[in-house]
Design a protein around this ligand. Structure first.
Ligand code: URA
Length: 242
């Protein structure tokens, strides 16, 4: 594949822009600056730098973000900055065109922190977001009022939310502190954790009250700080559905 086409596929701009980057000597492969946009490379696993920043070719993009508080998961946020501003431009622009870039797999509220997946693989996003898929998601909750055993039992037995007569239940729920609990859900209704906690007579703390720690058996790595992202590995992808 020509180097200019590789850069184009990875979101570095139009083919003309990509050819320009190469001709200006801003792209290197294995430490060698390449100035011919048409030079051929095997795209798979290609390691290269653009303006000194290292990249690896990704046929499809799968990444995790440690979502910080104060960011909206929308491309067009209403009040707070978008999580997409936390990603480098090439990742936001992959594929070109109107439906460019990676999309969040589901959404977290503005004030929720933790593990968020993003991808440009439509099938993956659909599969992961489908209620049929039942991928367990683990949330760490800090509640305003002390958590008691009755609340835990109700969350496990099922609570009715205002928009649906069918009760929703936690797949797992454990009190982890005076005001803390760990809640596992296999579906993702709007504000589900907050509404379930409210339904048992408690309330999620406004600041730092909700954090997603795990999706499937993929945990948010301790060294991924709020606002940081990284590519998912093959092992990570396997863990999501494990
Ligand atoms: N449930 C909520 O209430 N908010 C989130 O961000 C995620 C799950």
């Amino acid at each position: 594949m020509q180097l200019q086409d590789i850069l184009f596929s990875q979101g570095f701009g139009t083919r003309r822009v990509c050819a320009g980057l190469i001709q200006q000597g801003l792209v290197a492969v294995a430490g060698d600056t390449i100035d011919d946009p048409a030079m051929e490379f095997i795209a798979e696993d290609l390691q290269y730098t653009v303006q000194g920043i290292p990249w690896e070719y990704q046929a499809s993009a799968y990444l995790m973000l440690h979502k910080p508080a104060g960011y909206e998961c929308s491309q067009k946020p209403s009040t707070y900055p978008s999580i997409y501003t936390l990603l480098p431009a090439p990742i936001r622009q992959r594929g070109g065109g109107a439906a460019a870039g990676v999309q969040a797999v589901g959404r977290l509220d503005q004030d929720t922190t933790g593990l968020l997946l993003l991808s440009d693989d439509g099938k993956f996003i659909h599969r992961m977001s489908s209620p049929k898929h039942h991928v367990p998601k683990v949330y760490e909750v800090t509640a305003k009022h002390p958590v008691d055993d009755k609340q835990v039992s109700k969350l496990l037995a099922g609570v009715v939310l205002d928009d649906d007569p069918k009760p929703v239940r936690a797949a797992a729920c454990e009190k982890t502190g005076e005001h803390q609990l760990s809640l596992t859900l296999t579906e993702g209704k709007y504000h589900q954790v907050k509404r379930m906690i409210a339904a048992v007579g408690n309330r999620v703390e406004d600041v730092g009250g909700l954090h997603r720690a795990r999706i499937g058996s993929l945990e948010l790595p301790a060294d991924l700080k709020p606002g940081q992202w990284r590519w998912l590995t093959v092992q990570d992808l396997a863990r999501i559905s494990a």
